[in-house]
Design a protein around this ligand. Sequence first.
Ligand SMILES: [Zn+2]
Ligand SMILES: [Zn+2]
Length: 136
Amino acid sequence: MADVTGSSTREGGCLCGAVRFCVTGPLRKVVYCHCEQCRRTSGHFVAATGADRNAIEMTEDAGLRWFVSSESAKRGFCAQCGSSLFWQRNDSDHTSIMAGAIDDKNALTADRHIYVADKASYYPVDDSLPCFEQSD
Ligand SMILES: [Zn+2]
Ligand SMILES: [Zn+2]
């Protein structure tokens, strides 16, 4: 990971507490994804940080379920409160973590927009961050 934001241990979790985790080491800068899957799963678009899969330790996983969202990836969510939490490619050691799940809401900085070509028309993307039509 070239683009990291600080380095320490940070905690996160879902809305109800049935999923809790801590991440040791760097968190990726936040990527905004405007693809159709992220639109449907989030209700809008996804803002996700990420970390090495092995750096994420589940401290409470009673609510954690995985939805196989495509042939290449799955999405982790809380079955009790519905919070969207993770996105995991089958062939990757990197796990995307929904930015809102990190307890310290000031720990992250944003980096870029992806899949802007697929975004809905009701909102603009007009900040100064780099935009990519699809993946980067
Ligand atoms: Zn929950
Ligand atoms: Zn997406």
